[in-house]
Structure formats: C-alpha cells, structure tokens
Design a protein around this ligand. Structure first.
Ligand code: NAP
Length: 279
C-alpha cells in the first residue's frame, strides 16, 4: 500500500481547501530538544507550508515550568490567528501531560488528545481524531479493503494510536480485538485477523507465521536502528498478506497528511462551516 502516493494526492486536495478558507494557522509547541520530536516538528512544518497552512513554531527549554507551558497554551487558545494547536509529546517528565492536553481548547485540538475529543470518538460522534489512526482508515478506504463484518486485530493500546484506531474500526463495523504487552499467545489472535495492525515499536514482532493468508497488514511501528528505520512487521509477511504498508512510505506520510486535514477541519469549525458540539 503506497502511503506516499496517496498522501501526495490528499495534500493537493488539502491545499485547495486551505486556499478556499483563506488562512489556516497551526501552532506547534516543542518543549526540550528530543531529536525524534525535532524531526517530527520539522516534517510537520514543511508539510504545512507546502499546503499553504501557516505554521507557528513555539520552542521552550526542557526546564520550562508546567504553569508556563499551560499559559502559552491558553494564549494560543485566545489567539484568533491560531486554528489548531499541537503540543509535541513526549513532554519532559516534570510536566503533567494530561493537564496540558486538557488546557487545549477542544475546537483547536488538532492531535485529538483532549478528553473531550477522545470522549466524542468513544461515543461514535468524532470531532478531531488522532492523525495516525485517521491516516490508517484513509489507506484502508483507498484500497477498498472491506471492514464491516471483518475481524480486525490491533496490536498496541496507546491513546495516540491503538485505542483510537480500534474505536474507528469498531465504528466501521469490524469485530475488533486489541492486543498488548500482556496478551497471552499473540499469534492466536493475529492469525484470525483479516485486518492486522501493528502499533508497538518492536521491529520484527509480526512474522509471516502470525499472519492470515490474504489479509491486510498495516505496520504503524517506527524504530530507528543502525540499519535505518524499521517497522514492527517482518518483510516475509509480504508473501502471506494481500496488502501490506511499507516502512517508510506507508503510515508515516499518511499521519502528517491527516494532521493537515485536522487543521483544516479545526479551521472549518472555528469559521462555523462545520458544527462543533459545544459543552
Ligand atoms: P506506545 O505508547 O509505546 O505503545 C506501544 C503499545 O505496544 C503498548 O500498548 C504496549 O502494551 C504494546 N506492546 C509492547 N510490547 C508488546 C508486545 N511484545 N506484544 C504486544 N504488544 C506490545 O507507542 P505508540 O505511541 O502507540 O506507537 C507505537 C509505534 O508506532 C511506535 O513505534 C511509534 O514510533 C510508531 N508511531 C508511528 C506513527 C506513524 O506515523 N507511522 C505515528 C505514531 C506512532 P502495554 O500497553 O501493555 O504497555
């Protein structure tokens, strides 16, 4: 499954949406100097600029007190030129990540991590949904992969990827199993999956012997090794699966595209072009 190609096409559509809206502002906040986070922020800014989204870069030292970060988020909530706010995680240990996510106005919650956004997804009335699961759903749709009535197994249960993806698949009427580090006999579950998603961060976790013939396998994992970036899925899975996402070039570009789509969605909410359910 070609995430890069689909992402390029969708980004063209997003560019047209941005032009129609006139201006879309995405504020990113990076606390500290985590190298992986710096790469992600750089990629998000580059993609935003290419789509015509105005990306505002806020950088704070790793020692920033929690209150100061919360104040910045509140100022961005009030800033009319900001449609979407992204606070890059992980945050330094002394900062309560949940408090910072709660500080973001849900209408600008482009990462979908505010409890309001998560609750809307849980209820099946989604507003802003985390970008990686959305990107995976776009890929499944693009390739015409049947979901309703199918057995989907999601390995990983993070609030960023595994859980929201399981909820989206459930909403699309799959029968969903969520596996995690305490799952006994992982292969027993994965072998049943018509759609198998690996979102763990453990290279080579999923091998061909764990995959059902003719299934669809989505590799979300990203691990940087000396030999380059690796996913969770072994290459030999391609001999068994009908569809497989490569790493890189699969879910990664779709994640950034879905983030841009979320920024446009937030801008539409703020301009009254889409109804936002207010508390
Ligand atoms: P995370 O918060 O570390 O969650 C990993 C999940 O994997 C946890 O639920 C954990 O279970 C589970 N797990 C760990 N070892 C396992 C095992 N041996 N068998 C089954 N499950 C196991 O990570 P995340 O944020 O969800 O990200 C997952 C991966 O996706 C990472 O490699 C990350 O870099 C990548 N990622 C990629 C993109 C992209 O755009 N492609 C975006 C986001 C993340 P417990 O809950 O029991 O600990």
């Amino acid at each position: 499954m070609d995430g890069t190609g689909l992402a390029a096409r969708l980004r063209q559509e997003i560019k047209e949406d941005v032009a129609e809206l006139g201006q879309v502002g995405l504020a990113t906040v990076l606390v500290g100097e985590d190298p992986a986070s710096e790469i992600y922020i750089r990629l998000k800014h580059k993609a935003s600029e290419e789509a015509g989204i105005e990306a505002l870069d806020h950088r704070l030292p790793a020692t920033t007190p929690e209150d100061e970060l919360a104040e910045l988020v509140e100022a961005l909530n009030e800033d009319d030129s900001v449609d979407a706010i992204l606070v890059q995680t992980p945050l330094p240990e002394h900062i309560d990540e949940a408090r910072i996510m709660r500080a973001i106005d849900p209408i600008k919650d482009v990462d979908g991590l505010h409890p309001f956004s998560a609750g809307q997804l849980y209820l099946g009335r989604q507003t802003l949904v985390p970008a990686t699961p959305l990107g995976v759903m776009h890929l499944l749709e693009e390739y015409g992969i049947p979901i309703a009535g199918q057995r989907a197994v999601v390995v990983g249960r993070s609030a960023l990827v595994g859980k929201p993806l399981a909820l989206l698949l459930l909403q699309a009427n799959a029968t969903v199993t969520i596996c995690h580090s305490r799952t006994d006999d992982l292969a027993r579950h994965t072998l049943e999956a018509e759609i198998l998603v690996a979102a763990v961060g453990s290279p080579g976790l999923v091998i061909a012997a764990m995959v059902k013939q003719g299934s669809t396998v989505i590799d979300v994992g990203i691990t940087r090794t000396d030999a380059g970036v690796r996913g969770d899925v072994e290459a030999d899975v391609a001999d068994v699966a009908a569809y497989l996402t490569p790493v890189p070039g699969g879910v990664g570009p779709m994640t950034i595209t879905a983030l841009l789509g979320n920024a446009v969605r937030a801008a539409r909410y703020r301009r009254g072009k889409l109804a936002f359910p207010r508390i």
